[in-house]
Ligand binder design. Structure first.
Ligand code: C2E
Ligand code: CA
Ligand code: CA
Length: 770
């Protein structure tokens, strides 16, 4: 259930319950109040009825007093006035007095004379039987009330109002001779009279009458009035009235209407309806206000946010209304969405762009290439990919730092953009690799464009952090559809062609040819195996003595690397060194060997030997600044004697970049290391350069040494070299001395050292040689 529905439901229930309770309480108090008022009214009516009865009695009492304080009456009861009756109580006199009977009682309380009317108002022979019984048999009769009494009296024939007075002389002298009792039946007319006085329906009942049965219990418990609602519109009141003897004799019963109560009752349905309506109106109003102010806006915000969540489109915005908390919430959410949106766009941009140069990255480039290829497929035209890899970028990075490497890349990118403006897509697809798609170009146009780019690059001098830098690149070209059909394959072909160009010395454009593939994949496989062997510690070093001719035990050994295959087979360096050099992995390998060599020197020294180790260094390692740093650190760390480390550089490597070789040699010589020129005489020996390189050993190539046995020219040649070395204070080493005969020749010519199977095959470290 949504919060909106829940709040509205809760509001409705709370308001309904509150309304109901308030209404109930109100109704309860109002009824209580009405009932109290009603009861007061009934009680006062009863008071009035009682008072009316007493009043009738008092009025009758006055007549009785008139008659009782009259000498004629006195005399009549005394027996002296026989005409009294005929004179005073003839004919209409009872009716005129308004009484039904007059009883004269003598002093003993016995009936002296009675005059009575029947119920029709005609003279009756006697008073009602019940009255006679009462006067003759009843308790307390006969006594002459000294002051007279009046009130009601109940006899079986009905209810009477009676008054009894003593009969005295008119002047009040003497004692009472008897008493006179007057009375009348309370008939309907009398009751109506009473009712008109009290204004209510009124009836008199005997105490034992069934009509008052319901009140009898309370009367006998001592109550004088009892109230009893008979219906919603009437209420009854009962009051006991004492007779002239002070005994409870009758009950006055009134029935009173309850106009307000019945009005309240009858209108209560209307009130309930009204209350319900009010609750409804209040609920609706409150709900509407809460809904408009809060709930609807909350659910608007909710649906807005969830629609963003569902569609994942942070470009959508919530509607903001009002400046209150909800308004500012919506605004904040929008601001959050703005941030999200822009960072999403940034991420999208970065997904196919290179942050450094702003060019397409590999992904973006491939997407564009695919689009171009689809177009080419449709139109049947060709497309070229030009893959460009900066030469020696790594050196630049290593020697000037990454920041300058980045700067150079940015400048190269800028140059490429301006030089290839007319081309659709240019991307940076690797560290120092760029690629260009040339739509609708054939191979001649592609090579032409690539060469133009190269020449622009060559002519450009880049200024990176104050350094003037010239940059060349190796470029590979692959063609759609001649070389491959898909974007991925085309990129691989262009990359292969670039590698070929790089392997051939760089700085040139190569078009992909099918043959280059297998050689390359083989080399890639080798370099992967080598990397794995290095990681898994499967590289070992064999040592081969470089024996000092005519001298004691060997102290100089050449370290030769071997790779142990996963199945234990030993693989020789001729198999993997060319691949490692080609794939740029050789630097890592050389540093590893150097590190091991320094550790070995330390270990030999510790074992009391003065062993020196000679280590082979590849051409490219000469411009590896990491190598020097590493050697220095390692020497420091182990405390090994640097002069016991000899680094072998091949003649070809030294001569191909004499400046780099000199720098390299000088730097390490500064640390105390020694140097050897390896394989001297295998290439186009250039004696001239030797004087520029300060090396300690010259190792003459095995082929040349072998020639000494047969070829006399070689002998002259070698002799000349030895002569020169003596002049430059270089020790000479004869390589590949395989037998005693050759050893003798070598010794005869005057070599300082000999190395070869005759003197010792390369093998694991052997303590006995020391
Ligand atoms: P290299 O520097 O000319 O090393 C001498 C090679 O000649 C070794 O081959 C060795 O086994 C072999 N040899 C020694 N005595 C004789 C002999 O009497 N007759 C013949 N025929 N050969 C002999 P290996 O160990 O196969 O090394 C081949 C080449 O691999 C080395 O030529 C060297 O250029 C390179 N290499 C070896 N170890 C390393 C290394 O740690 N780093 C680098 N960069 N290159 C290495
Ligand atoms: Ca060597
Ligand atoms: Ca050699």
């Amino acid at each position: 259930m949504g919060i909106r529905l829940r709040v509205l439901l809760t509001l409705t229930v709370v308001i309904a319950v509150l309304g109901g309770v308030l209404y109930g309480l109100g109704a309860y108090f109002v009824t209580q109040l009405l009932e109290q008022r009603e009861q007061l009214e009934v009680a006062s009516t009863l008071d009035r009825a009682e008072e009316a009865l007493a009043f009738s009695g008092r009025q009758l009492s006055r007549s009785a007093q008139d008659w009782g304080s009259w000498d004629d009456t006195y005399d009549f009861v005394s027996g002296d006035n026989p005409e009294y009756i005929s004179r005073n109580l003839e004919g209409e006199s009872l009716a005129a007095l308004g009484v039904d009977f007059i009883v004269f009682l003598d002093a003993s309380g016995s009936i002296h004379y009675v005059a009575a009317l029947d119920s029709q108002g005609n003279p009756a022979p006697d008073i009602p039987r019940g009255l006679r019984d009462h006067l003759e048999l009843g308790a307390g009769h006969g006594a002459i009330p000294s002051n007279g009494v009046s009130g009601v009296l109940e006899i079986p024939e009905g209810h009477l109002i009676v008054a009894q007075r003593p009969i005295l002389r008119s002047d009040g002298s003497g004692s009472a001779v008897g008493s006179i009792l007057m009375g009348y039946f309370i008939r309907d007319a009398e009751l109506e009279n009473l009712a008109s006085l009290t204004g209510e329906r009124l009836a008199l009942h005997s105490l034992d009458d069934t009509a008052v049965a319901s009140a009898r219990g309370e009367f006998s418990a001592g109550a004088s009035s009892v109230l009893e609602p008979t219906s919603t519109s009437t209420i009854r009141g009962y009051r006991t009235v004492r007779d002239i003897h002070g005994e409870p004799a009758l009950v006055v019963m009134i029935e009173q209407s309850r106009p307000t109560t019945s009005l309240v009752r009858s209108s209560s349905r209307l009130t309930v309806l009204f209350a319900l309506l009010s609750v409804l109106v209040i609920t609706l109003t409150v709900s509407l206000v809460v809904d408009r102010l809060v709930l609807r806006r909350v659910s608007q915000i909710n649906s807005g946010v969830s629609s963003v969540a569902v569609t994942g489109e942070p470009s959508r915005r919530l509607e903001v209304d009002g400046s209150d908390e909800l308004g500012s919430l919506a605004k904040s959410i929008n601001e959050m969405l703005d941030t999200l949106h822009s960072s999403e766009q940034e991420v999208r941009y970065l997904a196919d762009h290179d942050a450094l140069t702003g060019l397409s990255n590999r992904r973006g480039f491939e997407l564009a290439l695919r689009r171009t290829l689809a177009e080419a497929r449709r139109t049947g035209s060709s497309t070229a990919i030009v893959w460009l890899d900066l030469d020696n970028f790594k050196d630049m990075n290593d020697s000037y730092g990454h920041a300058s490497g980045d700067e150079l890349l940015q400048q190269v990118a800028k140059m490429l953009v301006s030089a290839s403006r007319e081309y659709a897509t240019l991307g940076r697809i690797g560290g120092d690799e760029f690629a260009i798609v040339l739509p609708q170009a054939d191979v001649v146009q592609a090579v032409g464009a690539a060469e133009r780019l190269l020449s622009v690059m060559r002519d450009n001098t880049f200024t990176v952090m104050g350094h003037q830098v010239r940059v060349a690149a190796s470029v590979g070209v692959a063609m759609y559809p001649d070389h491959a059909e898909t974007a991925a394959d085309l990129l691989v072909r262009a990359d292969l062609a670039m590698y070929q160009s790089k392997a051939a010395g760089g700085g040139a454009v190569r078009v992909y040819t099918a043959g280059s593939q297998s050689r390359l994949t083989e080399r890639m496989a080798w370099s992967e195996r080598l990397a794995a062997a290095l990681n898994e510690d499967r590289l070992i070093l064999h040592e081969q003595p470089i024996a000092q001719i005519d001298d004691g035990p060997d102290t100089l050994f050449e370290l030769l690397v071997r790779m142990v295959d996963e199945d234990g087979a030993v693989i020789y360096p001729n198999d993997f060194i060319p691949a490692a050099e080609y794939m740029g992995f050789i630097g890592t390998l050389d540093r590893w060997v150097l590190g091991r060599a320094i550790e070995l020197i330390r270990a030999e020294t510790d074992a009391g030997h003065s062993t020196c180790y000679s280590v082979n260094i590849s051409a490219s390692s000469m411009s590896d600044p990491q190598l020097v740093t590493m050697v220095r650190a390692k020497l420091q760390e182990t405390g090994a004697d640097a002069s016991r480390l000899v680094l072998e550089i091949t003649e070809t490597a030294a001569v191909s970049d004499i400046a780099a070789a000199r720098r390299f040699i000088d730097e390490l010589r500064g640390l105390g290391c020694r140097f050897a020129i390896d394989d001297f005489g295998s290439g186009m020996a250039s004696f001239y350069y030797l004087k520029h390189l300060s090396v300690d050993f010259l190792k003459i190539d095995g082929e040349l040494i072998k020639g000494l046995t047969s070829d006399t020219n070689d002998r002259y040649f070698v002799k000349a070299i030895l002569e020169m070395c003596r002049g430059l204070a270089m020790a000479t080493v004869a390589e590949h001395v395989e037998d005693e005969n050759l050893y003798d020749i070598v010794r005869g010519i005057g070599f300082d050292y000999a190395q070869g199977y005759y003197l010792g095959r390369p093998g694991p470290r052997d303590e006995s040689r020391r």
